[in-house]
Structures are given as structure tokens and as C-alpha cells.
Design a protein around this ligand. Structure first.
Ligand code: XMP
Length: 510
């Protein structure tokens, strides 16, 4: 199989680079620069290497560097931003830092004639984000592009197939970024581009048919995209030997538990055990108000319930999980601060032992998982489901969780989702939900004074959920949702709209 290595130096667009390459039907793997040796790279059959950007300066002695042995492998290399500077520096070129040479944002790019720039206009727009710049290309390299401030915005040594670009071809603001990546993959690395996520899933199904034949596999189904696609893929391979356990912790959205059960059991005929554990979770959460404690309790209790079910089944060969590629990438970023523990419910049970862990989606990005889900016939409602946190509504009820509060929030959230679905919104927010704020305010109903709780509506647009913008929903949608929520749901006296972006706020309130 043709594949490209993305060597990660901690830049913010690293996953984007890998995804862009996959969009060209070329398989990619991301590895941290310090966790792979030239020998391993040489032995793995990579047909090209892309060095990513990163926040460092090559002159900082502690800056991340690749082993120069990589340059001797004869594999074509494309360095991007910091990756280009590092390539130039390690090959003997000069990288300089001059304050007035930094460029950020859309920048005019002038390219020379070269296979890397086939079908790229001589003058176009590229996206820049740098302070250091390559001031002199190393011996054997030719300058292939310039900008107003960069005398060497792209460089290359054709004899060794080493190339670097100071700008970011993976970002859509670079007008011909797609063409430049295509040229690297097809003209320079000589690839065909015949990889496809759906074919990959088809091959996995065939493989599992043999490898898991006659063996029982257990999967924790949450109804989220990843576990749903993993379940269906395995079901196609091993049929009723796949046992899905769906732990309903009672903190799902309105009607969601029944929908998941119906889809998998009735539509697909999957062997599904639904455990209605709502009461049990509520008891554990009684009196708990601290968000991280809530997460921890739910995560742990989830594993206990799952273990109990697993034990009832006797020996099960494998545990299947819906791990996807972004979960397994070793990042070159180093430790970053933990803002929220973000554990998905459904960690690894430690009491029941399995002979194997099966992770059918561990090589796929989210959009590829969705493509596979569609290929397998999963309903659009599940494939395009907005993300939902593992701890569920627990992190959307501020303060203590009670059965009544869960019910109130489920109703308010359902109204908001219905109104968004009904509205003709050009681009739906990427995530939208209601929050029970824990604050009470005075209201008036008929002639009587009320004292009910405040619901906040939240809707955000985002690419990666690391940053997010509050959505500019039409006033009419907000108005209809607000009026229905206060009129139809007892105990709510006021509705507010959250207009905070992330950062400084987070998407969830807890
Ligand atoms: P925040 O609130 O950190 O959320 O801005 C970013 C994204 O992560 C989801 N989220 C979680 N998902 N377990 C999960 O599986 C969690 O504990 C959790 N907390 C937040 C959130 O819904 C948003 O999509």
C-alpha cells in the first residue's frame, strides 16, 4: 500500500496535512519526530515524508529536530513552515529571524516553473504564519518561490527530491495548496492515489471474517458515530458473534436510548443488550456538584456496569472499541494543560480479561469514519450526529443532578433541536444544546409570580472543537425556541443565549 509519513513537530495543522493527503486517496501516518528512527522509516515502505510546521525556532538548542539520517533514505521530502526551515538548516542553509520579516495570513506568492508548482499561477495567494525565514538556500537547492518578505518561500533539490515551502499548502487560504500537495504526491513521489476508506473497511471486514471466525466479540455501544460504525463493521464480519452492550446511564438526550436500541436491534438485527442503569447512576451522583467528580463517577460506574454484563456472558474473546485515528496519534506537542478530563465513558474494564482488543477504526479520521458508516448503511441521523459528551447531560446540569432536572433539560434540549431542524439554516451549527444553569429567577405566568430555572441555549461553529465561535443563529429561531421552552416545559422561567466563544469559554458549561 502506498503511504506517506507526516513527521510531526507540534504545529497546529498537522492533522489537517494528513487529512488533505488522504483526500488525495493516499494513506498517511502521523508520527512524532522523536519517536521514529530513520531505520524504521526506511523499513516501513513510506513513499514520501512531509515535515510539519511547529512553534519553534531552529536556532533554539532545544528545538525539535529530525535525525539527518532521514535525508539519506532516498525518500522524497516536503518540509512545511518550520519543517522547511529545519530542512534548509540541517542541509547547511541559513534561517534568520528579523522582526519585520514575519508574515501572518494571506500573502502574495510568486512561483518559478517547477513540477511542484504545475498548474499553479505564477502569482497567487498563500497562507503564511512565521517569524523566522530562510534567508539563504543550502548548496544544491534552488529557490522556487518568493514573497514580499521571503527571499526563499519555497526551495528544492531535485537530485535528492528534497523540497520545502514556507507557507501552508494544507490551509484553504492557500489558493493552489491542493495542487501543490497533489504535485508532491503524484509528480514527485510518483504515487497513484488508490487508497479509499470504504475499501479499507471492506478489507477489514474480510480479514475479521477469517481472524475472528467463531469468536465472541464484545462492544460498548454508545450511539455515537464511532462506536456505531465500529459495531456495524464488525457485525458485517461476524454477525451474531458480536455482542453490543448499550449502557444507558439515563443522561442521554430525549428519546436517544430508544432510537439507538431500535436502529441496531430492529433495523440491523445486531445482538444488543441494553442496560437501563439510570437509577444506579443517579444514586452515585447524588449530592455531587463538582464537574470533574461527575465525570469520574460516570466513567467508573460505566465500566462497572459493563463489566457486570461481560461477566454474565462467560468468556469473550475480544473487546472491540471505536477508537479513531486522532485518539492514537502521538503528537510532537509534548504535554499540554488538561482543561477537562474529557474521558469518554467506556474506558477499558480491568476485571474482565480479553485475549484481544479490536479497534477497526484506529486508522481513520472522523470524516472517513462517516464515509464508512454511510457505506455500511447507517442512517444519516447517526452518521451526522453532533458530538455528545460521554458523561451526557450530567455536564449540562450545573450543580446537583436529579431525575426531575434531567427530564426538564431533556425536554428543553429537544425543543431547541427541533427548532433548529425546522429552520432553514444555511449551515447548521456544529454543536447545539440546552444547559440547565442552576440559577433561578422570577417570572410571571398569567397573573401569578413564578420562580423557575434559567435555561441557556448554546450553539457553536467549529472545525475541531479546540476553538469554537458562538453561532449567529437567526433571532426567529431563538425566539421560537425560547417561547416554546417557557410555555411548554414547567419550571423554566427564562431562556438566555450563550454568546461566548472558545477560548475563553469552553463548549460545555462544565
Ligand atoms: P469543551 O467543553 O472542552 O468541549 O470545549 C469540546 C468538545 O468535547 C466534548 N466534551 C466531551 N466529550 N467526554 C466526551 O466524550 C467529556 O467528558 C467531554 N467534555 C466535553 C464537547 O461536547 C465538545 O464537543
Amino acid at each position: 500500500m502506498e503511504k506517506i509519513l507526516v513527521l510531526d513537530f507540534g504545529g497546529q495543522y498537522n492533522q489537517l496535512i494528513a487529512r488533505r493527503v488522504r483526500e488525495e486517496h493516499v494513506y498517511t501516518e502521523i508520527r512524532s519526530y522523536d519517536r521514529v528512527t530513520p531505520r524504521e522509516i526506511g523499513g516501513a515502505g513510506y513513499r514520501g515524508i512531509i515535515l510539519t510546521g511547529g512553534p519553534n525556532s531552529v536556532y533554539d538548542p532545544s528545538s525539535p529536530r529530525f535525525d539527518p539520517g532521514i535525508l539519506e533514505l532516498g525518500i522524497p521530502i516536503l518540509g512545511i513552515c518550520y519543517g522547511a526551515q529545519l530542512l534548509a538548516f540541517l542541509c547547511g542553509g541559513t534561517v534568520s529571524a528579523a522582526e519585520n520579516s514575519s508574515e501572518y495570513g494571506k500573502t502574495r506568492l510568486f512561483v518559478k516553473e517547477h513540477p511542484l508548482f504545475r498548474d499553479v499561477r505564477e502569482e497567487s495567494v498563500c497562507f503564511m504564519s512565521h517569524t523566522d525565514f530562510i534567508s539563504a538556500a543550502p548548496e544544491g537547492f534552488r529557490v522556487l518561490a518568493t514573497t514580499g518578505k521571503c527571499p526563499c518561500a519555497a526551495l528544492g533539490d531535485d537530485s535528492r527530491k528534497l523540497y520545502g515551502v514556507q507557507f501552508h499548502p494544507e490551509v484553504t487560504h492557500t489558493e493552489f495548496g491542493k495542487e501543490i500537495l497533489q504535485n508532491f504526491l503524484f509528480a514527485i513521489c510518483g504515487l497513484k492515489g488508490d487508497w479509499d476508506a470504504a475499501d479499507h473497511a471492506g478489507e477489514l471486514i474480510e480479514r475479521y471474517k477469517t481472524e475472528l471466525s467463531g469468536k465472541k466479540v464484545l462492544l460498548a455501544l454508545s450511539g455515537g458515530v464511532d462506536s456505531s460504525v465500529a459495531a456495524l463493521l464488525l457485525y458485517r464480519a461476524i454477525g451474531e458473534n458480536l455482542i453490543c452492550v448499550f449502557v444507558d446511564h439515563g443522561l442521554l438526550r430525549k428519546g436517544e436510548g430508544d432510537f439507538v436500541e431500535k436502529t441496531f436491534r430492529e433495523t440491523f438485527g445486531v445482538n444488543l443488550i441494553r442496560v437501563n442503569a439510570g437509577e444506579r447512576f443517579l444514586k452515585k451522583l447524588s449530592g455531587v456538584t463538582e464537574p470533574e467528580r461527575k465525570r469520574k463517577i460516570i466513567g467508573e460506574e460505566f465500566i462497572r456496569v459493563f463489566e457486570e454484563e461481560a461477566r454474565k456472558l462467560g468468556h469473550v474473546h475480544a473487546l472491540a472499541q471505536g477508537t479513531i485515528y486522532p485518539d492514537v496519534i502521538e503528537s510532537g506537542k509534548g504535554a499540554s494543560a488538561v482543561i477537562k478530563s474529557h474521558h469518554n465513558v467506556g474506558g477499558l474494564p480491568d476485571v474482565v480479561s480479553f485475549d484481544e482488543i479490536v479497534e477497526p477504526l484506529r486508522d481513520l479520521f472522523k470524516d472517513e469514519v462517516r464515509a464508512v458508516g454511510t457505506m455500511l448503511g447507517l442512517p444519516g441521523e447517526l452518521v451526522w450526529r453532533q458530538p455528545f459528551p460521554g458523561p451526557g447531560l450530567a455536564v449540562r446540569i450545573i450543580g446537583e443532578i436529579t431525575k426531575e432536572k434531567v427530564k426538564t433539560l431533556q425536554e428543553a434540549d429537544a425543543v431547541f433541536r427541533e427548532e433548529i431542524a425546522k429552520a432553514n439554516i444555511e449551515k447548521r451549527p456544529d454543536q447545539y444544546f440546552a444547559v440547565l444553569t442552576g440559577t433561578h429567577t422570577v417570572g410571571v405566568m398569567g397573573d401569578a409570580r413564578t420562580y423557575g430555572c434559567v435555561v441557556s441555549l448554546r450553539a457553536v461553529s467549529t472545525d475541531d472543537f479546540m476553538t469554537a465561535e458562538w453561532s449567529r443563529l437567526p433571532y426567529e429561531v431563538l425566539e421560537r425556541a425560547s417561547s416554546r421552552i417557557t410555555n411548554e416545559i414547567p419550571g423554566i422561567s427564562r431562556v438566555v443565549y450563550d454568546i461566548s466563544s472558545k477560548p475563553p469559554a469552553t463548549v460545555e458549561w462544565e
